[in-house]
Structure formats: C-alpha cells, structure tokens
Design a protein around this ligand. Structure first.
Ligand SMILES: *Cc1c(COP(=O)(O)O)cnc(C)c1O
Length: 401
C-alpha cells in the first residue's frame, strides 16, 4: 500500500470513463432472469437485452433438471477434469453435444471464453496461419494472442478480403491455415457466410472454426446452429460455443470437432488442464435442455416468430434497423447521446435494453440492441413496440404520421 500514485492513476482513468459516458454500471436484478424481471427498486421491466434466446434461463424445467443433478452428483468436484473431476454427467453431455452439433467429440470448459482461450495454442504454432474476422469475439482475439501462429485479419464478413488473406498466408508458405469466425456477430446480428467460407477453405486447403455462442440451440431448421442454417453441417472443423446463452444460460462452454482435435485439447489445453470442472448441476441441466430442444423445435419456432413480428413492426413504426433474420435486432439511432437518452427513457417506460455507441460500434452507428426471446409473449412485445413509438416521438426520432 505504499504506491499511492498507482491508485490515484486508476481513479483518474475511472473518472475519465465516466465523463466520456463509457463507464459500465451494473444493472442489479432482484428476480430471476426472464422476459420480465424485477429491478432493485421493485419495478417490473420487460427484458429485451438478455441472451436468453430460448427463454430457458429462469425456466422451471431447466431448474428442476439442475436440482436433480445437484441431488445426484453433489455441488462440486474440487478438481480439474483429469484428476478426479469427471463424472458420468460430463461424459454424457459431451456425447450429447457432439450428436447435436454433428461432430465426433466435444470437450467442456467452464466458459466459452476458456474454450476460445484454449483452442489455438495446443493446435497451431509459428508455421501456421490463423485468419480471423475483424469483428470476432474478444475471447477469440485473446486465444489467438496466446498462440505463436501468424495472424491474418479480414474485414468483417468480407469474402473478397478473406480470399486475399488466404492468398497471403499461402504465399508466406504457411503449413496449416485456419479461418476463424463468429457464426453470428452479436452487435449486428450478422450471420457469417459459412457456405462461401467452406468453399474458400476447400479452395485453399484451409481448416474452419466457428464460435456458435449466438447460434447454438436456435439457428437452422432444427436449431443446431449457423452450420445448419448455411447447409454446411459436417464441413466445419472446429465449433466452439457457450452453455451460458440459449442453452440454459448458467455458464459453461465447449469445443467440438474431430476426435484427434478434442483428444489433443484434453492433453494440452490450459484452461481445461488448470481450471476447475464445470459444476455437475450445470452439466445435468444442459443435458435436459439438449433433450428438450432435440425433441421439439417449439421454442426455436416461437423465437423466430417473435423475431419476425418485432422486425416487421419496429420498421412499420418508423425506426431503422439493420436488416436480417437473427433475434439480435440493432435499432439504429446513429447519435450516441440520442441512444443514451433513448435507452434511459425506455427504462422509465418499463423496458430494459442496452445502448451501444463508439468505440463498441463504429462512430455514427449508435444504437439500442433488442434481443428477442421465445419467452416473450405477443402482449409483452406489443407493449415494447408501443414504448418504442412513444419514446421515438418524444425524442423526435420518428415523425408523427
Ligand atoms: C458470449 C460469447 C462468448 C463467451 O461466452 P461465455 O461462456 O460467457 O464465456 C464467446 N464468444 C462469443 C461469440 C460470445 O458471444
């Protein structure tokens, strides 16, 4: 405690974040997660900013499955996986995820952040090339940093630039090349063009990896993910994803692919070797979630109906959105102070959403991001749309018709 300058510098930096409007306060809930939540002050809000796509966080069936696993397997393991931290429920979940994703094998992690952090370094070295979309998730960027492979970056979703980077890596004589992309980009709801990416991978003899955190459970006809949506099941080498969004919402991540890859990760992947096993109740609940969504596409179908309804109505009211089909709906307000004021007014009107502005999104692209859920009722969505219309008029974003 003898270096006071250290602490005062930190305080100055925190103050700067606040004056620049970049400080992130926590919004404290006094209830479980759901389509409606209770704020700390007791007010009920319609929640439009959770990654709770299938409505399974806070869902009684998910909770019952977790309670059953808690009862059977206990609270925790006090061990990493390979020493004495693997239970039958972990093996069952790994097998079930492989079946669901259409892969050979799967390895669990405590988070998708760990899955991405631990996937590159064991598999690639300085002779190899990682070709990464510019808007990939922070955990992919960090994972690549931990690895000695050469890094190539292509402009977001830009297939011509991807091909340029593949050519550059080929000309540099790189041994293995891997193209890495989010299956869905969470700021825009953009879906990666996996059909074209697979074609380019075949042309240049490259591997492919997708992060399915905003896709597993609801993208594609039966909810397997972006690879199903794009018709390339079985053609992606490595799939990472989270159990902390659509697939139950607690926490946990996975990497899935060929058995040689997964076996290597079990031997060499540092977040797996040096961090505790996923809690058995989460593994048990995730198994129940996968069972449920494998039997019926009801939740996935309801999510897409809600998404289509919201996208159509918000445009009819007069807002500009980024076009698409994903349940992430960026409602464009362009101006950062307007986006902040808008989100604050929506909060007063009983709607929880998040505003994004530079540097999280490009300058002049400020927005509020709406995330639909299967748990939203039509009545709730219509209330949200009415609040959008009211706040939009008050702030002069939409004109009186
Ligand atoms: C949320 C997210 C992660 C992190 O998932 P956790 O399981 O919460 O660590 C990783 N990648 C992408 C694309 C994400 O959206």
């Amino acid at each position: 405690m003898s270096d006071q300058a250290f602490y005062s510098t930190l305080q100055q930096k925190l103050d700067t974040l606040k004056t620049e409007g970049l400080f992130k306060p926590e919004r404290v809930l006094a209830s479980r997660q759901g389509a409606e939540v209770v704020a700390q002050d007791g007010r009920t809000l319609i929640n439009m900013c959770a990654n709770n796509y299938l409505g399974l966080s806070g869902d009684p069936e998910t909770q019952k499955a977790a309670a059953a696993a808690l009862e059977k397997y206990g609270y925790g393991l006090s061990s990493v996986r390979f020493i004495c931290g693997t239970q039958t429920v972990h093996k069952e979940l790994e097998q079930k995820l492989s079946e669901f994703l259409g892969t050979e094998d799967t390895i669990l992690y405590a988070a998708a952040f760990d899955a991405n952090g631990g996937v590159f370094e064991p598999l690639f070295d300085e002779n190899d090339a990682i070709i990464s979309d510019a808007l990939n998730h922070a955990s992919i960027i960090d994972g690549i940093r931990l690895c000695k492979a050469a890094r190539y970056r292509y402009a977001n979703n830009d297939m011509a630039d991807l091909e340029n980077q593949l050519q550059a890596a080929t000309e540099a004589g790189k041994r293995h090349k891997i193209i890495v992309t989010d299956g869905v980009f969470s700021m825009d709801g953009t879906i990666a063009q996996l059909d074209k990416i697979v074609e380019l991978a075949e042309k240049y003899g490259a591997l492919t990896m997708i992060d399915e955190s905003h896709a597993s459970g609801f993208m594609g006809k039966t909810g397997r993910g972006t690879h199903e949506h794009c018709g390339v099941i079985g053609k992606i080498d490595i799939i990472t994803g989270t159990l902390g969004k659509a697939l139950g919402g607690a926490m946990g991540g996975f990497t899935s692919g060929r058995k040689e890859v997964i076996e290597t990760l079990r031997q060499k992947s540092r977040p797996y070797l040096f961090s505790n096993t996923l809690a058995p109740m989460i593994a048990g609940a995730s198994l129940a979630v996968l069972d449920r969504i494998s039997k019926s596409t009801e939740l996935r179908d309801r999510l897409h109906e809600n998404t289509a309804h919201f996208r159509k109505e918000i445009e009819r009211i007069g807002f500009t959105i980024k076009p698409g089909t994903h349940p992430v709906v960026p409602v464009m307000l362009f101006d950062a102070p307007v986006a902040q004021k808008f989100a604050a007014r929506m909060f007063e009107l009983g709607v929880l959403l998040s505003g994004f502005f530079y540097p999280v999104v490009p300058m002049g692209q400020a927005r509020v991001r709406v995330q639909l859920s299967a748990a939203h009722t039509r009545e709730q969505l219509d209330k949200v749309l009415a609040a959008f219309e009211q706040a939009g008029r008050e702030l002069g974003i939409i004109k009186n018709q």
